[in-house]
Structures are given as structure tokens and as C-alpha cells.
Design a binder for this molecule. Sequence first.
Ligand SMILES: [Zn+2]
Ligand SMILES: [Zn+2]
Length: 280
Amino acid sequence: MGLLGCHVSIAGGVQNAPIRGHELGCEAIQIFTRNPNQWKSNALTDEQIQGFKAGIKTYNIQGAMTHSIYLINLASGDKSLRKRSERAFLNEMDRSEALGIPFLVFHPGSFRESTEKKGIRRLVSSLQRLLNQRLEQSLVLLIENTAGAGSLLGSNFEQIAEIRERIGLPNRVKVCFDTSHAFAAGYDLSSLEGFEEVMDQFDATIGLEQLQAFHLNDSLTELGSRRDRHENIGHGQIGTATFERLVNDRRFQRHPMTLETPGGDEWFQKNLQLLFQLRR
Ligand SMILES: [Zn+2]
Ligand SMILES: [Zn+2]
């Protein structure tokens, strides 16, 4: 079964995240390593890095991932935005590696006024360039599936498979599955048969062995709405039974499964309690 947890705040510094996660009941945590709404960031200090690593051990946090900042768009046709995005992404890779975090989750970006084909080409070439500059790292990048609003890439499995294939570094680029994004993109997870079908489709296109982590979110918006609105577990359109199936799924042993539900820490705790109750 998966390692349960949630997105944890780094207020006061990354070194505070492990104890905060522990207090919320996390076995796994997801963090930003920097302010997700700013291009600028201060370098991590040795003290912060050592404090984070010590906290992970002390509080027995068994899984961790970084979520990259929202401003990054490696598929953008705007040259200066793409340059900035590459710089920030490399910085995120280095921060995650320094903290000993094995996974960096990112959104594949949007092609805006350009075309899907060009967007994918730009994303692939950026990721190749960045990964080739960091061949020594053990960090694995996780493409997150998206709801697919507007010109957002990554809302269907075929496209994610194509992006991975074209990058050509299969051990360095895998996938994080967001349940609410999949549902909003038209993958019906709201019944157990539906869930199995979606997993079969994932297996046939990308391969289940490439699925390394989950974001557990119920969906406020309808199937196929392409609108990204997370909801608390059991309060949305996906429903509790699917999450019960997922947290007990033997195919996803020790995979980090982190909540990104609304309502802050109070609701993270409620959702986590529910998920632990669902565990058999
Ligand atoms: Zn995300
Ligand atoms: Zn997510």
C-alpha cells in the first residue's frame, strides 16, 4: 500500500517541513522548496539542508517529493519566459537533489498561442538539455497529468508517453498521477470498474511501472470538465470507494500518495484520518 501524506508548508524554512508533516500524520510529504509564485529565491543554507535531512529521519518520513513552482513553463513559445523557466527548473533540480528528495513533480506546461506539436517539441528539448547538465543526479522528474484546460499539455496518457519517449532518458522521467486532474480530463475514476479501466489504459500507454507517486484529490468539477478544482476526499465527484481501492492497491507499494485538498492543515488531518481508516 502507498505511503500517505499531504503537501506541507515550508514557512520558516524547509527544515520545518518534516516535523510539520509528522504532526499532521504524514508518512510521505510533498513540499515546494521555494516560494511557488516568485522567480527569485534564496539559496538553501547548509543548516536548512541538514535540518531537513535530520527531520526526515527523526520523524520517519518515508517518502518525499518536491512540487516545482507554478511560474515555470518549459513549453512556452516566449523565449525569455522559457529561458527563465529553464533556469528556475535547474535550480529546483539542484535543491531537491541537495535535500535528498528523490522526486521532482512538474506540470508539462502550456503552448498558449502556439501549437501542441511545437509546445511538446520545446518541452522535450528543454528537459533533455537540463537533464544532460545533471547526469550525475539521482533525482527523478515526475510529469504530473493535468486537467487540460486551455492549451495545457499532459491531460492524456498518450501525450505523456510521447513526451517521455522523445526525451529518451526513461529512468530520469516518470509520472505522478493526480486523481482530480485525471477525472477532470475525462478519465472516469468514480467507480471501481472505471478505476481499473483507467489503470489498464495507463498501463497500455505509459506503463504502470512508470507511475511513481500520486496526488490524492477528489474533484469538485465534473468528469471531462477540464477544470482543475480539488475537493476533500469523499466530498467530490470521485468518491471514497476509489480512494479506498487506491490506498490498498498492492501495485503501488510504498508509493508516495499526498493530498492537495482545500481547507488547510485542519482538512489535511481530516482527510488523512479517513485514508488511514480506509487502509486494510
Ligand atoms: Zn501539480
Ligand atoms: Zn496535483
